[in-house]
Design a protein around this ligand. Sequence first.
Ligand code: HSE
Length: 431
Amino acid sequence: MKRIGIALLGVGNVGGGVHDLLASNNVMAKRARIKIEIVAASARNLRRARKRLGPGVPVHADWREAVAADGVDAVVELIGGLDDALACAREVLGAGKPLITANKALLATHGGELLALARERGAGLYYEAAVAGCVPAIRTIRDALAGDEIESIVGILNGTCNYIMTQLAREGKGFEEALALASELGYAEADPSLDVDGWDAAHKAVILAWLAYGLPLAMDRIAVEGIRGAAVADRDCAAEFGYVIKLLAHVKDHGRRGVETQVAPALIARSHPLAAVNDNLNGLLVRTRYAGELLLVGAGAGALPTASAVVADIIAAARDGAPPALPFGGKASARHCARINLGSQAYLRVRVIDAKGVLARISQTLSAAGLSIEAIHQQESHSGAEVDIAILLHELDWAALRRTMARLAKMKQVVAPPVAMPIIIPHIKDE
Ligand code: HSE
């Protein structure tokens, strides 16, 4: 049996989960004939970490001491954040040792540098747990689809947002209450604004675009919107048309125009399997040229599901005599493109004072901008009351829609800024 000694940096939610998984059931490791031993650890809360890991594992306040401990063959970085994590990654890879990390922010901002360093020093860089928790998103895109061409990836990539939106829709919970529950369950980041403002999903989307297309990791090239503005009115209006709203990451190859990467609340048809991906689950729909469509679903957040992916990476690090083949069948010419048109269709909601002729004026304004209406829904109301008019628009030019929304906002009967969302997965229509 092969043995691998690890330094476990960070004994919080996921780090504690890695320990528990190894302690309670090291079956996978036994099957792989690899004995995984935590030989040193570091943690912010020493007392709590010592209690969790037991007397056999020295716990240090400084990660450097854990990394330098005798018998460390690989380092598991679960510190999170950027500063210490980056210094640690540079040190470990620079010394030619395998680094296993779940740190999506680190990879999304410094992945290129770290990958180059890993290659130069012949060290393995493993990060399956950084995207979609236990779902094998990295291995699927990097390895399983290496011979194919990826046309697009639609992903529910943040478990916290998905959990919050499920709680709002299914249990009628308020936003703050649902977020507090997500934190309690260990889904949310230490700074939950990373989750709810879309940045965590954006980090993951940028990593996927990097793997799929060889794109530079450029966080400033992607449009990001979170779920703070997600209104109950939109959920209800979308439901009238048979849609659900999810925080979706969308990576789409537009050929010579480049690759578009975005994160935003968006509509998907209720009949599509991704619409049933609820709670802390993540889901990825990958469209490829040759294999067609693949759907991957599993727990995207939480201690043990994430620990499961970390432990699989430790096993991979122990198995690989040489570091893993690192990416990608990317296109040499791959580039980010400006926002083109997220989704071919759009949903629009306009809140108005119900008055004679208001619907006609809205549809005239849309039509004058070249925007074509597929369906309209207006709640029952009475003259003078506030009411939502929800509209589905055919394939459109997003810039034209934004200009039209500004025009609509100026109408005297319109009482709030209009809301628009892309329809990423429309209903399948009969020919
Ligand atoms: N906060 C993250 C999420 C954890 O909710 O998806 C997993 O990356």
